[in-house]
Structure formats: structure tokens, C-alpha cells
Design a protein around this ligand. Structure first.
Ligand code: APR
Length: 309
């Protein structure tokens, strides 16, 4: 049986972890491509050495040449610099903008029919940039932000309540950064909204922990930024695409009037399938939530305008 082909651009922490998760799920052959010579090849070989232990069917290869990525079904873009302690995601804008510009052209030329998922930060701006540079229709190119932010919210809720992680649904939308909008009213423990379970003060603390979850990891690691949860999050999105499941995942998608917002990419629930974004799911937001989402969009629009596209 021929497996789908997924290219992971950037064989660093996030990229290699994503590749390893995809292999172990058995859902795609993987190609890792990176500028660093030997890095993708070495990591691919290391993963292949685990094949007889893990018993996965797919194969992974490492390369510095986009010709080897040709005909991919999905391209995951993780190339870029990670955050350093004290750095905001926006500090990364200039450096990673140049990297994203260079890799998107090469990756899309090799795989013109691929679905492209961006992970490089600052996520919402890089996804917008990638869309513009790629020339792809917006439904074929989107980003991983909301899945991770929602997962961090779920973790914070589980820690606070002691409830099993399986009983929790959590939703965070908006920009993947300080202007993120975790939604307590749309987050539940065994079906009960957080707003009916906890005081506003406790909810405020969980929201803050969610927004600064990435920074908390960065501060502990001292070097590099989070990669296990980001890799798990983008792997879930790849699974939805390859399986054509229609799963509704908070994804960094192009907004075209939804929630009164246009012309930016940021995370909202969207249904994902083999053609990319099947559709945006509009959830009911009260005035305060809507204002927060619109303020979040404004921060993304401001950062995008700094790109001078
Ligand atoms: N083409 C291909 N790969 C590149 C390029 C390029 N032009 N520039 C850099 N890279 C590669 C690096 O060689 C490195 O292997 O991208 C990889 C990045 O890996 P890490 O430094 O380990 O960073 P990582 O933690 O994986 O984060 C990557 O994802 O979550 C975001 O904020 C994070 O923007 C960062 C990205």
C-alpha cells in the first residue's frame, strides 16, 4: 500500500518530533528537509534505526534538496529560529520572515498540490506571509496555533480541577501569542462550562497560564522553545487532513468576514480535510469575547503590516 507523503521543512526540535510522531502513527512516509547538512539525514537514520523496535510501516528520509520532497500531500513548515528566553514571538518576525519566504517557494514548487501547514513563529504572521508568497488558495494553507493553545488550556484546567484530561474540552482562539483568547465559556469539564465551575479569579489565573504557557516552557528550557506539544498538535492536524476526517480543530485560517474580521490569519475552529480547510465553524461569542477576538486580530494585522507586503 502506498502511503501519503508528508514533507517536514526544518528538522529541528519541532520538525523531527513531528516526523517521529507521524511515523509511529503509521500514517505517512516522511521527508525532512533542512539547510543544515547532515542534520535531517542523521535524524532520519536514527528514526529508521528504531523501526524494527517500534514496528512502524512508513519510511523517513532526510535531505537538503527539495527535489526529494516532490509530490508531497502535506508540507509542514517548521523552519526558523525558536524563541530564546526573554524573546517574544514577534521578535522572531524579521528573522523567520526571511526563512519562510525562502522555504515556501521551494516547497510549493516541488509539491504544487500539497496542503501546507505552518508552525514557524510568530505563527499568524508567518502563515499570512506563507499564503501570500505561495500563491495558494487560502483553504490550502493554514497554521498550527489554536490546537496547541487549547491543549495548554486543557492542561491548566486539569491541573486546577484534578479532572481527567479526557473529560476536558478546552478552546483558545485568536492570535498565537500574548493576544490569545482562551474561551472559558466554551471550555468544559465533563460537559459543564468552566464559568459554572470556578471563580472568575481562578479562571483568570488559568487563562494567564495558558497565554504564557509557551513562555513558561522557554524559561525552564533556557535554550530553545516548546516542541513536544507543538509537534503533537500539528500531527493531529496532518491526521485530519490525510484521513479527510472533517475534524473541527482550532486552526490558524484566513478570515474573510467571519466574526466581522477580514484579511488576517488567526486561529478559530475550522473543519479540516483532504482539500484543506473545509469551512470555518462560527461559534457563538458574547460581546466581550467578540471584542477580545477583534482586538487579537488587530495585533496580527499590525504585525502583518510591518512585513510591508
Ligand atoms: N530552510 C530549511 N530549514 C531551515 C532554514 C531554511 N532556510 N533555516 C533554518 N532551518 C532549520 C534549522 O537548521 C533547524 O534545524 O530549522 C530548524 C529549526 O529547528 P530548531 O532550531 O530546533 O527550532 P524548533 O524548536 O524546531 O522551532 C522551529 O517552530 O514552534 C516554532 O517558534 C518555533 O519558529 C520556531 C519553529
Amino acid at each position: 500500500m502506498t502511503l501519503p507523503k508528508v514533507t517536514v521543512v526544518g528538522a529541528g526540535q519541532v520538525g523531527a518530533t513531528t516526523a517521529f510522531l507521524l511515523l509511529n502513527k503509521g500514517i505517512a512516509d516522511v521527508v525532512m528537509v533542512d539547510v543544515a547538512e547532515g542534520l535531517p539525514q542523521g535524524k532520519a537514520l536514527d528514526m529508521m534505526h528504531s523501526r524494527s523496535v517500534e514496528r512502524f510501516a512508513p519510511v523517513v528520509t532526510g535531505t537538503n534538496d527539495y527535489a526529494d520532497t516532490a509530490g508531497s500531500d502535506v508540507v509542514v513548515v517548521t523552519a526558523g529560529l525558536p524563541r530564546k528566553p526573554g524573546m517574544t514571538r514577534d521578535d522572531l518576525l524579521a528573522a523567520n520572515g526571511a526563512i519562510v519566504r525562502s522555504v515556501i517557494g521551494a516547497a510549493v514548487e516541488a509539491s504544487p498540490d500539497a496542503i501546507v501547514i505552518c508552525v514557524t513563529n510568530p505563527l499568524d504572521v508567518m502563515t499570512y506571509l506563507a499564503w501570500r508568497v505561495s500563491g495558494l488558495p487560502a483553504e490550502r494553507i493554514f497554521g498550527m496555533g489554536g490546537v496547541l493553545d487549547s491543549a495548554r488550556f486543557a492542561y491548566a484546567i486539569a491541573e486546577e480541577t484534578g479532572a481527567g484530561i479526557d473529560t476536558i474540552t478546552a478552546l483558545a482562539v485568536g492570535a498565537h501569542g500574548d493576544a490569545m483568547v482562551p474561551l472559558p465559556r466554551h471550555s468544559t469539564v465533563a460537559g459543564t462550562p468552566l464559568t459554572e465551575l470556578l471563580t472568575p479569579e481562578r479562571i483568570g489565573a488559568l487563562v494567564k497560564r495558558t497565554i504564557f504557557g509557551g513562555a513558561e516552557v522557554v524559561a525552564l528550557l533556557k535554550t530553545g522553545s516548546a516542541f513536544y506539544a507543538p509537534a503533537a498538535s500539528v500531527t493531529a492536524m496532518v491526521e485530519a487532513v490525510l484521513g479527510d476526517t472533517g475534524a473541527v480543530l482550532p486552526s490558524c485560517v484566513h478570515l474573510d468576514g467571519e466574526y466581522g474580521i477580514s484579511g488576517v490569519y488567526m486561529s478559530i475552529p475550522a473543519s479540516l480535510g483532504r482539500q484543506g480547510v473545509r469551512g470555518v465553524v462560527e461559534i457563538d461569542l458574547d460581546d466581550v469575547e467578540l471584542a477580545a477576538l477583534q482586538a487579537s486580530a488587530d495585533t496580527v494585522a499590525e504585525a502583518v503590516s510591518a512585513l510591508g507586503l
